[in-house]
Design a protein around this ligand. Structure first.
Ligand code: SAH
Ligand code: SF4
Length: 341
């Protein structure tokens, strides 16, 4: 019989298994602790479990399904991991230590169907959704490898999280559960290109999880060029969903705006962005684009970035200019994946 992977399994599934095996339910808590806190290598290390239970666990379950295939360290401390899920899929995850924060950037799909023309993942096409267990395992395998505990999670790696809603939802359950990774929902951010009904659903299901929206353009015509999926979910529909999300959660939404030279970075563009976002509970992150081979776009000069930010500020909008991190290790999402497939 093929063993089931225990990492990332919903707590309710572990409780059911213990019940079927005639084991007391309090064993679950001990097992969770061995997996998520102590990162045990084997069931036989779980010394406070009876030997018979360790043997039963070992014949029913495996601990993890992935291998770290490559690690790249940047001068600025950012570390990028290529995680291999057999038989043939690779995804990237990035650890960004900054002061007392250890942010882990997670993938939700192998490739991405949105096809953004500036994004290495989008240009590589789409293979499949990650399962909820695989999403959880990204955290487990990296914490195990580095000995660090991530205290901030961002779903900003490969893939569009809201096009894999059910698996992201279940992964959040395991990550947030006192019987899982015990990580606080307020320390998690889901970044989306904008899937209207799922934005509202996320607000209802997870009102404490933060939302980031990758806006990138204030007009459909321009946004279609950068984000082909905008033809399916145009700006007006996404903005309406964001407003509904705000009404449900009252949580500030982060607007991500990647700047590309003479494409979406003029003062007029900034005026239009300000007009659309005025009076909303938002914060804008301006990100000078990271150059991706075979993409037609390049980042603007710092002067143009500042001018864009000033227009937003003059309109009363909170703005942060983000420094690209890990540039020497091609930390823009999906770049290692493009090399290894
Ligand atoms: N699919 C989701 C989350 C993953 S992408 C989304 O698009 O929001 C995470 C962020 O990286 C997005 O804001 C995306 O626009 C940005 N990104 C992708 N490629 C980039 C590049 N080459 N330079 C700068 N930002 C990039
Ligand atoms: Fe997908 Fe996000 Fe990349 Fe667009 S930017 S292709 S939505 S991962």
């Amino acid at each position: 019989m093929r063993k089931k992977n225990l990492i990332g399994l919903l707590p309710s599934d572990i409780y059911s298994w213990l019940e079927e095996e005639g084991e007391p339910s309090f064993r679950a808590r001990q097992i969770f602790q061995w997996i998520y806190e102590k990162k045990a290598d084997s069931f036989f290390d779980m010394t406070n479990l009876p030997v018979a239970l360790r043997e039963k666990l070992d014949s029913a379950f495996s601990l993890g399904s992935s291998q770290i295939k490559e690690i790249q360290k940047s001068k600025d401390g950012t570390v990028k991991f290529l995680i291999h899920f057999p038989p043939q899929d690779n995804v990237e995850a990035v650890l960004i230590p900054h002061r007392d924060r250890r942010t882990l950037c997670l993938s939700t799909q192998v490739g991405c169907p949105a096809g953004c023309t500036f994004c290495a993942t989008g240009l590589a096409g789409f293979r499949r959704n990650l399962t909820y267990q695989e999403i959880v395992e990204e955290i487990w395998v990296i914490e195990k490898e580095t000995g660090m505990t991530a205290n901030n999670l961002v779903f900003m790696g490969m893939g569009e999280p809201l096009l894999n809603y059910e698996n992201v939802h279940r992964a959040l359950q395991v990550i947030n559960s006192p019987e899982g990774f015990r990580k606080g929902a307020r320390r998690m951010t889901v970044s989306t290109v904008g899937i209207p009904d799922k934005i509202v659903k996320l607000g209802r299901d997870w009102p404490e999880v933060n939302l980031a929206w990758s806006m990138h353009a204030p007009r459909d015509e321009l946004r279609n060029l950068l984000i082909p999926l905008n033809k399916v979910y145009p700006l007006e529909q996404v903005l309406r969903a964001i407003k509904e999300y705000l009404a449900v959660t009252h949580r500030r939404v982060t607007i991500e705006y990647t700047l590309w030279n003479e494409i979406n970075d003029s003062k007029e563009d900034a005026q239009e962005v300000a007009k659309l976002l005025k009076k909303l509970l938002i914060h804008v992150n301006l990100i000078p684009g990271n150059l991706v081979p075979s993409s037609a776009f390049s980042p603007p000069s710092p002067r143009r970035v500042k001018a864009f930010a000033s227009v937003l500020e003059e309109n009363g909008i909170q703005v942060t200019i983000r420094k690209p991190r890990g540039q020497d290790i091609q930390a823009a999402c999906g770049e290692l994946y493009r090399i290894y497939g």
